[in-house]
Design a protein around this ligand. Structure first.
Ligand code: SF4
Length: 263
């Protein structure tokens, strides 16, 4: 599950569980989220090797390529043939889009891809079924290491709601670090880049709003915490997102299933 996916996706809550960490995806959204995971995190040959039989059927046999650590070999007829992991990823998404797996298999695929608890179920008893995915963000504790503020690429993560918030608060000091980008065509959505130094016109490598914690020399604080951009507010989106992007925060790994699961 990727940053952009979760920024753009309105999470649906299971009505009776009260747990805000359960996210409901329609089958189409689930396949989209899998595709975005493949794009976001680069080579994941072991993951692809494990989900290929779920997508292509149990007759599909795979192994990691010995020569190419980003490669997978797939059994096709009489012999194993080498495949680059991204090619296999594209192919698996293509198969899932053109011949969607049954919901329980899709939930199994999502479980492996997102490394969390998933269920085939419904949003409410009357709704079409889809996939429940647990973000594992309950009990997340940030260690204030500042890694995300210093290392991650959040440059294009700022959106219109952030701009409106800073305008409403009169924060011209923050707006001064936002660059407005021309968007091609007739799109009404404007694009922005943060944090662009108003003096040099260069994008800052470290977030300019990152400050040292007065009590701990090796911890950091966000000096605009209450009005920081949504992209920072949402980070990390899932336990996998944290693991794949170097977040050292702590997770409480307990999940309770939502109420409307398939029999
Ligand atoms: S990387 Fe994780 S633990 Fe470190 S400051 Fe960011 S959210 Fe907190």
């Amino acid at each position: 599950m990727t940053r952009n996916y979760f920024l753009n996706h309105d999470p649906k809550r299971p009505p009776d569980s009260g747990d805000p960490c359960w996210i409901f995806l329609t089958p189409t959204q689930a396949v989209d989220a899998v595709a975005m995971d493949f794009q976001a995190y680069g080579p994941q040959p072991e993951l692809l090797r494990r989900i290929a039989p779920l997508v292509l059927g149990p007759q599909c046999r795979t192994a990691l390529s010995e020569e190419n650590r980003n490669g997978v070999t797939v059994w096709r007829g009489a012999s194993f043939e080498p495949v680059q992991d991204h090619s296999l990823g594209f192919y698996l998404i293509h198969v899932m889009e053109t011949a969607p797996p049954d919901l329980n298999t899709l939930a199994h695929i999502c479980r492996r891809v997102f490394q969390t608890t998933t269920f085939a179920g419904k949003l409410t008893a009357d709704d079409e079924p889809g996939i429940w995915v647990h973000s594992q963000m309950d009990g997340f504790v940030c260690r204030q290491c500042g890694q995300c503020c210093r290392q991650l690429d959040y440059e294009t993560g700022c959106d219109e709601s952030d701009i409106r918030l800073w305008q409403d608060r009169g924060r011209t000091d923050i707006l001064a670090w936002v660059q407005y980008l021309d968007t091609p065509g007739e799109s009404v959505d404007r694009a922005y880049r943060i944090w662009v130094d108003p003096d040099t016109g260069k994008t800052a490598r470290t977030c300019p709003w990152l400050g040292s914690c007065p009590d701990h020399s090796n911890r950091f604080v966000c000096t605009i915490h209450a009005i920081k951009p949504e992209v920072c507010r949402q980070y990390p989106y899932t336990a996998k997102h944290a693991a794949m992007t170097g977040c050292s925060g702590r997770f409480a790994a307990q999940t309770e299933p939502p109420v409307h699961t398939n029999p």
